[in-house]
Design a protein around this ligand. Structure first.
Ligand code: HEC
Ligand code: HEC
Length: 359
């Protein structure tokens, strides 16, 4: 599960290919410069086809779905006893009521420690290979041990966690049901939580009803916003596909000191680069960006409209002054808000308790 150089090499090759394409674009004749990079534009009906929801959630062959694993993973996710202080659950920073984020710029972890980055949503990560803002972890399985062991996040050494879980009868049963062969192990904690997280798929939003044919599902302003998103504003260059992410990494010209993905992959274009996040449920995950530095969606679009805040070699070609009017910015925000599914209560699981008859 801790793989795999194959995937990383593949990703590296893909990034190099993008870099080459950009070099080619820069070298194009003067007449072709300054045009939106993805011309010729398509029709609205054609763009709609790019955003159809998938019908199946992909699971890893080495960690297939079972209801027992999902149920166990959900309990573990909501259980503060996974932390050293027994006070910090995964759900402290990934709350179901806030689209699996926490509403603050930088999350608060074990003993009040402030995290260095903003907590991203956990929606639609079944489709993601490189997890975390800088893609340092592989798949969802690979992003379980880190937060549990990190003293500033949950601060619980693996051996202590396994001993604690083993002392709770309900967990012994739940692990046995999910993993009959080896029961409570750290690998199985990772597997169960990852299976639970793969099931977190953003719900059908007004936008989805619109692309299925209901013209009344979203406002005229949101429709104009969708067209701008795909054309003049160039957002779809990176926020592409049904979940609005190409799963790649870019520097979009934010001014904080965090160097991002270049710490993982030594490629100049990865300086200050972070993963393109999904835009599903985007109205519910403020504040925005890896540093939580942008308070609302109007300010996000204004950031792109002025071509970012810093000039650096690594800033993507797609981040450049867009000349959007105030009304056009409003249209794009209306479109983004059409990606929020209607609110639905989320039932929190009940957690196994101590063995009352144990001596
Ligand atoms: C103290 C707050 C906090 C706690 C507790 C916490 N997280 Fe996170 N989580 C974050 C932050 C902040 C990030 C972004 C870190 C980064 O990218 O460097 C993150 C990132 C993630 C990601 C990557 C998302 C993506 O888009 O790739 C996953 C998956 C995740 N957390 C799952 C978990 C799980 C599972 C647990 C419990 C075992 C957990 N988190 C506990 C704050 C927290
Ligand atoms: C060059 C690729 C690229 C382009 C073009 C682009 N984005 Fe982004 N977007 C990203 C990346 C990468 C991030 C995360 C950046 C970070 O945190 O450092 C991001 C973050 C965001 C966020 C915040 C998401 C969150 O969960 O914090 C929103 C909203 C957003 N973009 C909307 C847009 C809109 C609207 C446009 C067009 C006006 C656009 N983006 C154009 C790559 C891009």
């Amino acid at each position: 599960m801790q793989k795999n150089s194959g995937t990383l090499t593949g990703r590296f090759a893909a990034i190099s290919a993008v870099a080459l394409a950009l070099v080619a674009a820069i070298a194009a004749p003067a007449s072709a410069q300054n045009l939106p990079l993805q011309k010729p534009w398509k029709t609205i009906a054609e763009y709609k086809k790019d955003y159809v929801r998938p019908t199946k959630v992909p699971y890893l062959a080495e960690n297939p779905y079972t209801p027992e694993k999902e149920r166990l993973g959900q309990m573990l996710f909501f259980d503060p006893r996974l932390s050293g202080s027994n006070a910090v659950a995964c759900a402290n920073c990934h709350l179901p009521g806030m689209a699996w984020t926490d509403g603050v710029a930088k999350s608060v972890g074990e003993k009040g420690a402030i995290h260095v980055r903003n907590a991203p949503t956990l929606f639609n990560l079944a489709w993601t290979e490189q997890t975390a803002w800088d893609g340092r972890t592989e798949y969802l399985e690979g992003h379980v041990k880190g937060p549990i062991g990190n003293p500033r996040v949950m601060g619980q050494p693996a051996d202590q966690l396994i001993a604690e879980l083993g002392a709770i009868g309900g967990y012994r049963d739940a692990f046995k049901a999910a993993f009959p062969k080896d029961g409570i192990t750290m690998d199985n904690v990772m597997r169960a939580i990852a299976v639970f997280e793969r099931g977190l798929v953003s719900g059908e939003a007004p936008f989805d009803h619109w692309i299925k044919g209901n013209e009344k599902a979203i406002s005229e302003s949101a429709k104009r916003g969708f067209m701008l998103f795909n054309t003049k504003a160039d957002c779809a260059a990176c926020h592409s596909g049904w979940s609005f992410t190409d799963q790649s990494f870019y520097d979009i010209g934010l001014s904080d000191a965090d160097e991002g993905r270049i710490k993982i992959i030594k490629l100049a274009s990865m300086n200050h680069a972070f993963k393109t996040p999904t835009l599903r449920e985007i109205g519910r995950t403020a504040p925005y960006m890896h540093d939580g530095s942008i308070a609302n969606l109007t300010k996000v679009v204004e950031h792109y409209n002025r071509g970012g805040d810093v000039k650096r070699e690594s800033v993507s070609e797609h981040v450049r002054p867009l000349n959007l009017t105030k009304a056009e910015i409003g249209d794009i925000v209306d479109f983004l808000l059409s990606l929020d599914a209607p609110d639905k209560p989320y039932p929190v699981p009940s957690l196994p308790m101590v063995d009352h008859k144990a001596p």
